[in-house]
Each structure stands twice: as structure tokens, then as C-alpha cells.
Design a protein around this ligand. Structure first.
Ligand SMILES: Nc1ncnc2c1ncn2[C@@H]1O[C@H](COP(=O)(O)OP(=O)(O)O)[C@@H](O)[C@H]1O
Ligand SMILES: [Mg+2]
Length: 374
């Protein structure tokens, strides 16, 4: 991989996570942050290299691109890593099992072969779980420890479809915790709630949950240095930092702004910021997303964006005012139905204790700016 001069390395964070796993009290980490906050880049460019340096076999699986069949993709990656250094005989036998569509030999376990597995019947499903157990056993017997990284794991939150897989994964990690560590990332709080935050959830207590830290001023300083290297121009640091805050600390959007400025040969942050915001909003179609919400949903969402508790008396008064109706019309039932509706649509997610957040922070920033401040 050629080194990307714009990548801000988070080496300390990577070392810290590896150390935590190494100590052994915690066998898996779950990193949470909304999308575009830098989880994948961190895994691929910081954590994986650091883990390999420390002697781990790494398995990286992104379930974001494979939401259709995350199970096949996950199993495929684990199988490939298990087979890595020579195929173990008992696994080879399993490939030849009648009914299994996996071939024996060099092409075994290609994604295509995996994807052609029949879905659904409990027999094929339990066969797959047996395979998973075997591969994990194989990995655990290797000299090197393994680090399994599953990006955007909430694709497996559907309990009916993937409950068995998640349980099997958990029990294999439980059993081989000394040799196989795991790092999960997730971004949709709703799905993650189901997987991690309820006491009965399969990964609850098993995984140490960490809010993935946001980028700070160091990130901006790094980007300023890269900008100067690329263009021989200087940007005002305070102004640039303010722009990053205006972009809700989303590194992807900030980087887009910097890239535009490099391309245009500009040092005018105010204009660049305005343009990038417009581009983001346009591509995300926030105005139409907003317009599709019912008036009560808009009013409740405004409360959430404004940081107010939607059920509080003060909020009810504000909601009534917005909707130009009497306060007594804004009952908890009305608010609750609105919240349920917006959770189902993925607009908001609960963080527990009747608190909510907007899943797409750029949309939240848009609502704040376009609705609350106007
Ligand atoms: N450490 C970093 N240095 C520079 N840019 C970054 C960094 N992390 C993220 N970015 C920018 O943000 C974008 C989104 O990051 P990504 O890792 O894909 O987010 P996530 O996986 O959380 O959705 C990247 O494509 C990149 O442009
Ligand atoms: Mg990602």
C-alpha cells in the first residue's frame, strides 16, 4: 500500500487497543461511532498494520458492502485465514461432504462458492456453524494469535437470521479467547442496541464497548501540514479548526473540503466550507427527507436535535407552539408514536433511558441550521 499523505495516523490509539486485548481481561472490543467518522480507515491503516507488527494473523471483514449475505462473507474470510498455512485434513474432508457446494482444492472457499450456499434450512445452517467451529479451532492451534476485525457488525443484528451465527461466533471466541481476539465496529445505534446493549444480547458483557474517539485538533493540524506540503500554501489554523467543528467533526466531510481547496488552488476556507456543506446536503437530499416527515415528527425531531428531552413538559410546550395546537394535544402517546415511527425509519435511535440521537449527524447538523436557526 502506498502511503497516503492525508491519512492521519492514530498509532497511539491502535497500540492502546492492542495492549488492552493483550492483557487478556478483555477479549473483544466493540467500537461505536456514526458513519464517516473514521472507523474503517482506523482499522485498515492503523490497527491492522500495528497488529501484524505485533505478530497477529489479521482477518478483516466489512459487512457494510455485503448486507445481503453478511454470513457468507464472514465465514469465507474466517475459512481463508484458517486454511492459510496448509489445509488441515479434517477440514478438507468436510469440504467434500455431500450437499456442501464448496469444492476441494485451490478454489475452495471463494466468495462465489460461499454465496451459492442455500439459505435457510436448519441443516445447512448448522453445518455452517460446525464449519465455523472447525475453522476457529484451526486458527486457535496456530502459532500466531489471530485478530478478527468485523466492520459494521450491525448487519448481523437480525436475530432470526443470524442469531445462530452470532452465538456460534461468541462461543468460539469465548473458548479460544487467549488465541483469537476480536474487534467489532458498528454505526447504527439501533442494530447495535440489539446486539450489545441489552442484558440478554449475545455480545453483552462479552465485548468491551468503547465509543470510538472523535478526531481532535491534532487531526486538523495534520491535514494542514499535508495541505501545505501539497500546495506550498498556508491555511489559518483557527479558521480551519472552526470549519471542522462546523462540519460536525466528520473527517470525511472535512477531507472533502480540503481536497476541493487543493484542486481549486484556494485558501478561502469560508467559501470552501459553504460549498462542501451545500454539496453534502444536496447529495443527501436533506430537504426532501425533512419534508417527508409528518409535522409531529418534525417537531419531535427538532427537540432531539436541540438536545431536549422529547417527553419533558417544556418540550411539549415547544412542540405545541411549532404545530400551532393546544399543549394538551401533545400527549406522551403522541410523542411515543412519533418516536417509534422515526426509530423504525432509521431517522433516530434510542440510546436508552428515553434519550435519542439522530442517526445521521450531517442530517442533524442540517436540521439545526436550516430549521432551528431559521
Ligand atoms: N485518520 C484519518 N486521516 C485522514 N482522513 C480520515 C481518517 N479517518 C477517516 N478519514 C476520512 O473520512 C472518511 C471516512 O472514514 P471511514 O473510515 O470510512 O468512516 P467509517 O468507517 O466510520 O464510516 C475516509 O474516507 C477519509 O476521507
Ligand atoms: Mg466504515
Amino acid at each position: 500500500m502506498t502511503r497516503d499523505p492525508w491519512h492521519y495516523p492514530r498509532t497511539d490509539l491502535a497500540d492502546q487497543y492492542l495492549k488492552t486485548l493483550e492483557i487478556g481481561l478483555i477479549k473483544s472490543l466493540a467500537l461505536f461511532a456514526q458513519r464517516r467518522m473514521g472507523k474503517t480507515e482506523f482499522l485498515r491503516k492503523d490497527l491492522i498494520p500495528a497488529a501484524e507488527q505485533a505478530g497477529y494473523i489479521t482477518i478483516y471483514v466489512s459487512l457494510w458492502e455485503s448486507r445481503e449475505d453478511p454470513e457468507a462473507v464472514l465465514l469465507d474470510a474466517i475459512q481463508k485465514a484458517a486454511e492459510g498455512e496448509g489445509i488441515i485434513p479434517d477440514i478438507r474432508r468436510r469440504f467434500g461432504r455431500p450437499g456442501s457446494k464448496i469444492g476441494v482444492g485451490a478454489n475452495a472457499g471463494t466468495v462465489g462458492a460461499q454465496a451459492s450456499w442455500e439459505q435457510g434450512t436448519s441443516e445447512t445452517s448448522s453445518n455452517r456453524m460446525l464449519d465455523l467451529r472447525q475453522w476457529m479451532n484451526t486458527l486457535a492451534r496456530k502459532k500466531k494469535p489471530t485478530l478478527l476485525l468485523v466492520d459494521e457488525i450491525q448487519s448481523l443484528a437480525d436475530e432470526k437470521r443470524y442469531g445462530a451465527l452470532v452465538a456460534a461466533l461468541r462461543s468460539a471466541l469465548d473458548k479460544h479467547g487467549d488465541q483469537i481476539k476480536a474487534v467489532f465496529t458498528g454505526s447504527s445505534s439501533e442494530g447495535l442496541q440489539r446486539m450489545f446493549q441489552k442484558e440478554k444480547a449475545p455480545l453483552f458483557q462479552f465485548s468491551h464497548q468503547i465509543p470510538f474517539p472523535q478526531m481532535g485538533p491534532e487531526f486538523v493540524r495534520h491535514m494542514l501540514r499535508a495541505f501545505t506540503n501539497a500546495t506550498q500554501r498556508q491555511l489559518n489554523e483557527a479558521e480551519t479548526w472552526q470549519a471542522f467543528i462546523d462540519l460536525a467533526l466528520v473527517p470525511e466531510h472535512f477531507r472533502l473540503m480540503m481536497a476541493n481547496m487543493v484542486q481549486l488552488g484556494s485558501t478561502d476556507i469560508t467559501t470552501a466550507l459553504r460549498e462542501v456543506k451545500a454539496a453534502i446536503q444536496e447529495s443527501a437530499e436533506y430537504p426532501s427527507r425533512w419534508a417527508e416527515l409528518t409535522p409531529i415528527d418534525q417537531a419531535v425531531l427538532s427537540m432531539i436535535v436541540g438536545g431536549q428531552k422529547p417527553y419533558a413538559q417544556e418540550s411539549r410546550e415547544l412542540i405545541a407552539e411549532r404545530m400551532e395546537i393546544a399543549v394538551k394535544g401533545v400527549t406522551s402517546g403522541v410523542i411515543q408514536r412519533s418516536i417509534t415511527r422515526m426509530c423504525a425509519k432509521g431517522v433516530i435511535a434510542t440510546t436508552g433511558h428515553r434519550e435519542y440521537l439522530v442517526e445521521d449527524r450531517a442530517f442533524a447538523a442540517w436540521v439545526e441550521q436550516a430549521v432551528l436557526h431559521n
